[in-house]
Each structure stands twice: as structure tokens, then as C-alpha cells.
Design a protein around this ligand. Sequence first.
Ligand code: ZN
Length: 498
Amino acid sequence: MQPTRLNQAGRARPTRPWAHAGWITAERVPFARVLLARIPLARIPLALGLAAASLSSCQPADPTPPAVDAVVVVVVDTLRADALGAYGAAEAVTPTMDALAEEGTLFERCLATSSWTWPSTASLLTGKLPPEHGLIGKDGSSISPDVPSVAAAFQSAGWATAAFVANPIMDAELGFGRGFDVWEGTDDSWDHAAIPLERAKAWLAERQPGEAFFLYVHLVEPHSPYRPSADSVAALGLSTPPTDEDLGAVTRAYNLMIKGAPYDEAAIDDFVDWRRRCYAAEVRDADLAIGDLLEALRRRGPMDRTLLALTSDHGEEFLEHGLMGHGGQLYPESVHVPLILTGPGIAAGARIPERVENRLLGPTLLGLAGVQRPQGLAAANLTDGEERGLRLDEPSLLHLGNGGWIEGGEYLIPDEQQGMAADGVVTVRARVKGGERAASHRAFDAASPPEAAAPKDVDQVASEFSKLRRPSNTAPLSEELERKLRGLGYNLGRQEPR
Ligand SMILES: [Zn+2]
């Protein structure tokens, strides 16, 4: 069934809305526009490596092939852990990702370091927390040049390195491309996965037998604006998108809701349900894209020396805590992400219950691949149970350069949000004009024991963050990049965000 969209005059428009970029953009949808002005849904459509000598270069020649000669990292942007069947989704649309979990090891409680793309993906690529790598999304910051890059470590060891990225705000100018022989991003649109996938497959086809490579693929589904494939629209039975009139009712209801006034609950519920189903349809598209990539990898031959990691940069909120989208808060729905590893040395069918951070994926992969870590990047091995146990003595830190905060019927914009996950609780400290706010909640609602709801000491959050080095690299973005970001609905350049 092709859904029908109504235009401003209320007439049926015979378009293919699901293939049409931007129809739920902030510019077109009143509810989204309200959120753009007030909350981070706006952000959604709006919302060195030091030279590391190869180990092989300082060891005698060994005729035995290396245990690992290919490392593939797939980041599915905006993927909540609970969107996967393997993480308990009731209506599973992820057979490929679920099969990977059965072949390898699944980390049940994995945290991203932030709740939006820039800081969190920079953490994945450097192993550092946002205040350490510098890309926090304010003052035109970028990844500090002296911060070690995981890709650069593979490159220095003689591995071919390439990244194919569908998220248009991940620009090489920000430091994301450091260490990649090939960095292919997208210019000014929220491309579908097919584009980076085709380029990634072409690059794979050019690799010589036995050539070691590090491949990074960043898919943009299920990030809004939602444009699920016709196949997924049919599979999910998606209904006709809401009319402008419907969205007007939702906007009015939402504004009343955050003030604590009586509101039209049905209007909100219907809209959130519809967005959830759009999201699920795009998760299904991401799953199909990963299947396509796996097929290309398997066509090259046995994958017995290929390490594969699947994770996300952040999740997505559906009004669980007053907001929609991401990049606003640090609740579990925004920072609890999947992490699945497969390959040599990775236990099949294992499920790891301990809290882990996906920023430690980089040093883990370097270690498993036998590639020397760059100076300044601490060792970590997420596959080592003893090490994971020791790390539980330390909190996991989360950071958001700005975001949003609803309190007492008011939407506040903090200068900074600092989060600390420990003992089943995330404690968040926000610096807001006029004072400091704090909140506390269970880190993993379903799994945390009831006593975990007790708040932690907010002073400890501040103390943990005071230990972190803050790079001074805040050179302004180029005018070209600022223009591109503004075109995508972001305002993150020389001006303060929002
Ligand atoms: Zn993202």
C-alpha cells in the first residue's frame, strides 16, 4: 500500500512520501518545528595517531597468517539497543543483526558516551571521552589533532583503511577522517545506506588476497527524517502519515503536556506510535543493508580472520522523558546501544551482562588484531571477563555539550550535561543558566534492581569530570561546513548552539 500525504490545501498528493526526503522535517511539520525551537528533535531531522610501528616490522618473518587480517566496524546511527530482537524487541525486524549475535558475543549493557553523533562517534574513533577528544559540539570544536586515532593505528601498521559514511554531519574537517586512506562521506543530504554500501563493496572488491584492512561503515537509518523503503513500509504496515491538521493537534497537546496542563493524550499517543513504527521500518532497512554488506564480505572468502563489530552512536527518545529525538538528554533510551562482536577469538552465542562502554571498542579491536596501540590510548579488552569486572569499580562517564532539560513545565538549555553510570544508576548534572540541576535514574530499567533507583552523589559526577583533560582545539568551522550544517538544520558553528 502506498501511503497518501495531504498537502497544505488538504488535497491528496500522489507522491511517494516514504522515498521523499524531508517531509517530516522541522520546516514542514509544526510539531517538529516546535521541537526544533525548543527541544532536540530539531537536531534530528533536525536534531594520531602517533606513528605506531607494525608489530610485524620488529619481529622475524612468520609464515603463519595472522589470526586477524580484516576488521569491520558497522555503526548504525541512532539505534537503540532494544530495537533489536536480540535485545528483546517484541516485534523483531532485525534477523541479520540477531544472527550476528548468535554467531558472536552480545554486550547487554553497552553505553555510548553521548546522545548525538559528533561526540559519540568521535569517542568510537578515538577511544576517548568527549571532554578528552574535544568534539563536544560547541564553539566550532573538532577532534583535537593530538588525540590518538584508532584508524591511524591500523594505517601505521600497514593496513588499508577506509570509511564510508552516510551521516552528512560527519565531516572530515572535524577530524573524523584522520587515519583513513579513503574517507567518503555525504555532502548535504540524509542519504540512504545504499550509497555508502555500494562504495564500501566496490572498495572491498579492490582488496588483494591477504591484504589487511580496517573498514568503517556508518549507516544513517534509522535517523530521521524517516524515509523507509517501500518494502519496509509494507512489512511494517505503516499507516498514512499524519496530516498537517493532525500535527497541529499534536503540537498543541505537547505544549500543554510539558507545562503539566491537561492535554489531548490520544493525539500524542497516536503520533508517537506512528513515529515508532517509522523508526522500526528504518531499523529493518538498516538490517537489510548489513545483510548486503555481509554478503559482500563472504563473497571474498571465509571470514575466519575477520573481526566484525556492530554498534551505534546513540539511541532515540520517544517521549519517555518528555522529549523526542536525541541529543537532548542522557537517559538510557539515548545512550544504551547495541554492541555485538564476531570473529576469531570471540565466543559464539555469549551474552555479556556487565556494563561496558563502546568507546573501548577501538583499543579492543587493535589488541585482538595484534596492532600496536598509539601512544596515549590506554589498553582495553572488552572480551576479557576479568578486565570487565575490574572496570565495574569505575563509573562510565557520559557527556553532552548542551541538549535540553525539562523541569517544572519549563524547557531549559544547559551549558553542559555530565553523566555518570554506576551500580545501575545514571546520575546527571546539568549546568543551566541560573543554577545547577541534577537528575538520577536507573541505567538499565529492566535489569537494574529496585534499589538502584537511589541517586548517586552529584558531587562525585563533578569530581570525575574534573580529572579529564580538556583540549583547547576550538578553531572555528569553515564557512563551507557551517553553511552545510545550517542547510541540514544544525546551528553548531561560531554561534552557540541554539
Ligand atoms: Zn548519530
